[in-house]
Unconditional design. Structure first.
Length: 53
């Protein structure tokens, strides 16, 4: 159940999800920039950071 909530948050608010999981580190700033440039790369990066790494 918890993984589903993380996935939903990764899709709706990628920078917030990365911030809650990893804090204000390099991954958050990369995700914020990707999300501001275009939303889909931010979502992909959030899923990668939270599930695959």
């Amino acid at each position: 159940m918890g993984q589903i909530l993380v996935l939903i948050c990764s899709i709706l608010l990628p920078p917030l999800d990365v911030l809650l999981k990893h804090g204000l580190d390099r991954d958050f700033w990369i995700n914020l920039i990707l999300t501001l440039i275009f939303f889909v790369p931010g979502v992909i990066h959030a899923i990668y950071v939270n599930f695959l790494r």
